[in-house]
Design a protein around this ligand. Structure first.
Ligand code: ATP
Length: 365
């Protein structure tokens, strides 16, 4: 498929949608770079679909604007927008062949389908030779590809995907994630993908926006958000985090000094979102190491000691729970590399970390 003339970035400016007293989307502003794969990630009911429907023109904003490049498209009717949507329910016509289902996308807009174009689209989604089948003769993943081809044949400038893989089993979903990413790179269309699956968002998207209660909590490259979350919500929605309540006492020698669990810790200034007052000291479970006692803690590492209360075998790793004398519970992932020795439940151990892997959040986040 030939690339479209540049549409420009998609911008949502102070977008709000109220349903009675509820602000489903609350003063939301974000920019989706042209040609990027953007994921809107959040729990059920946080306002993802409402946001998508406002971009598509299916829902009228209570206030705010939708812009594509320098065009304000807020008031445009859905079919006038260079935007298409792929839903979780594929909504294919059961009585039409695969070919006709894809061609329908063009006919709907009054364009006579050219065989080559539909065939090219089927090839893009790797359904060469499937044109004469009926949807009932396809697997769920294949039906989803037809829905994708039908949306892309219109050459939209923005493609909206609302949980498009939600109905597929896990193996197929993982395969389709890779496929979707390949197709997006090939066509260069801006994709806005809504999902509640954090793994899906971080494996596919260039940019992830984590949404909570109608607002964006944090937006950025997946690795940046994962490594340095902005809020406790993000720290726990994207993976797991150990968060220890503490008190920050300012900066000394490039580190924020924190008291927590009756001990002193330091966090590099560049990894701290607060320097004074009540804070949460965060470390991801896979960034922690478990050693038998404090004197085995490597040079330059920090640690807390406690009792191992649980060990769960997870295949690639074992998850240990360590209860500290101050009542905190830490989760530690130890890779089952073949060289690791199991730590018995009930034994005393120290969980240690390199301070460069810790992060500091304001307690009010
Ligand atoms: P899910 O992942 O479950 O689809 P979501 O993040 O897409 O959730 P939305 O569908 O955008 O969430 O809904 C956001 C909030 O707005 C929810 O509390 C929902 O109940 C409410 N809502 C959505 N549409 C309407 C409507 N037409 N009338 C009243 N409330 C609505």
């Amino acid at each position: 498929m030939a690339r479209e003339t540049p549409a420009g970035d998609l911008r949502l400016a102070n977008l709000t949608r109220r349903f009675g007293a509820l602000s489903a989307v609350d003063d939301l502003s974000l920019t989706v770079g042209q040609g990027s794969f953007f994921a809107l990630l959040g729990a059920s009911g946080c306002g993802k679909t409402t946001t998508l429907r406002m971009i598509a023109g299916l829902e009228e904003p209570t206030s705010g604007r939708v812009l594509l490049g320098d065009r304000d498209i807020t008031a445009l009717r859905p079919y006038r927008r260079p935007v298409n949507t792929v839903f979780q329910s594929y909504a294919l016509f059961p009585h039409l062949s695969v070919f006709e289902n894809v061609a329908f996308g063009l006919r709907r807009r009054g364009i006579r389908p050219v065989d080559g174009e539909v065939t090219r689209m089927l090839s893009l989604v790797q359904l060469d030779g499937y044109g004469s089948r009926r949807p009932a003769q396809l697997s769920g993943g294949e039906q989803q590809r037809v829905a994708l081809a039908r949306a892309l044949v219109n050459r939209p400038q923005v493609l909206l995907l609302d949980e498009p893989l939600g109905a597929l089993d896990l193996t197929l979903r993982r395969r389709m994630q890779v496929e979707l990413k390949r197709i997006q790179t090939e066509v260069g269309v801006t994709f806005v993908h809504v999902t509640h699956d954090q793994e899906e968002a971080i494996t596919m998207a260039d940019t992830v926006a984590v949404m909570n209660a109608g607002r964006i909590e944090q937006q950025g490259a997946p690795a940046d958000i994962y490594e340095f979350p902005a809020t406790a919500f993000v720290a726990n929605f994207l993976g797991q985090s150990n968060l220890l309540a503490g008190e920050a006492a300012g900066v000394s020698g490039g580190d924020v000094v924190v008291t927590a669990q009756g001990a002193r810790f330091s966090v590099p200034v560049g990894r701290a979102r607060a320097e004074r007052g009540p804070v949460q000291l965060g470390v991801r479970p896979e960034k922690l190491r478990l050693v038998g006692s404090a004197d085995q803690v490597p040079q330059g590492h920090q640690h807390v000691t406690g009792v191992v209360t649980d060990a769960s075998y997870l295949g690639v790793s074992t998850q240990y729970l360590l209860r500290t004398g101050w009542g905190a519970e830490l989760s530690v992932f130890v890779a089952n590399s073949g060289t690791s020795t199991p730590v018995p439940v009930g034994s005393t151990a120290a969980a240690c970390w390199d301070p460069r892997h810790a992060f500091l959040l304001s307690a009010s986040s």
